[in-house]
Ligand binder design. Structure first.
Ligand code: ZN
Length: 240
């Protein structure tokens, strides 16, 4: 256990130094087992995720981060099993047990090594049906993200928002939306000092939606209309 703890602590520190690009590998999963999703996964290339790297470079520049390329995202091999699902209740023991099962599952599917101190693994389970997707998660411990997404090219830009959101969780960012999914003020606003406050022009990445009033907001369509605010920047150690 001591070794595991030591690796986790190193991982937490090294992943947030930002002195070289943090490697992100996206592992696709055929979440519904359909031919449609199979074909979609076959069509994916590294280029489908460069939007994430370009976006975070733009945000880093706004914060004068010396590192010009904070992330280097690429496509990994297809993973042939489904990650354990996050319990839907808030039972602490069930969530702890799920966390252990998930880390075991990750280790089985992408064997670990000490070189993982600066590698984020994002498992994206794609499906084609209209059903409500399970919640996506990002864990700082282990630098692991699990994303549930639609296997449709028209959804790529929104999928990249969710992937970027979960990557930022792995380096310490927290959620900034309410129980009802609306951005919290001020922490969930890209520009909480804007005059007039509404409508906001951008979504804060950890809130995901663009506020149009104190009680209404809409989903950002792509990372182009999404920003990192100073609160998130502080959480991911970009600023003091
Ligand atoms: Zn989140």
């Amino acid at each position: 256990m001591v070794t595991i703890f030591a690796i986790s602590t190193h991982q937490r520190i090294y992943s947030r130094l930002w002195h070289e690009p943090l490697d992100v590998i996206v592992y696709p999963i055929n979440g519904d087992g359909t031919l449609h999703t199979h074909n979609y996964i076959q069509s994916l290339t590294d280029n489908d995720f460069t939007e994430i790297d370009r976006w975070i470079s733009r945000e880093a520049e706004r914060f004068d981060l010396p590192q010009k390329q904070p992330l280097q995202t690429r496509l990994g091999h297809q993973v042939k099993s489904d990650p354990p699902l996050l319990p839907t209740n808030n039972n602490v023991a069930a969530i702890v047990w799920w966390g252990l099962k998930l880390r075991w599952w990750v280790w089985r599917n992408t064997p670990d090594s000490e070189s993982n101190l600066r590698r984020v693994r994002v498992f994206v389970s794609f499906r084609s049906d209209e059903a409500e997707l399970p919640h996506s998660v990002g864990l700082q411990k282990g630098l692991i993200g699990v994303v549930h997404a639609f296997s449709d090219p028209s959804q790529n830009s929104q999928n990249n928002i969710v992937i970027a959101h979960e990557i930022l969780h792995t380096v310490g960012a927290t959620d900034k939306y309410s129980y009802f999914g609306t951005p919290l003020y001020p922490q969930g606003y890209a520009n909480p000092h804007r005059q007039p406050l509404y409508p906001q022009r951008y979504a804060e990445i950890m809130a995901g939606e663009i506020p149009t009033s104190s009680y209404s907001s809409y989903m950002a369509e792509s990372l182009r209309s999404t920003r990192i605010n100073t609160i998130t920047a502080r959480e991911i150690a970009w600023i003091e």
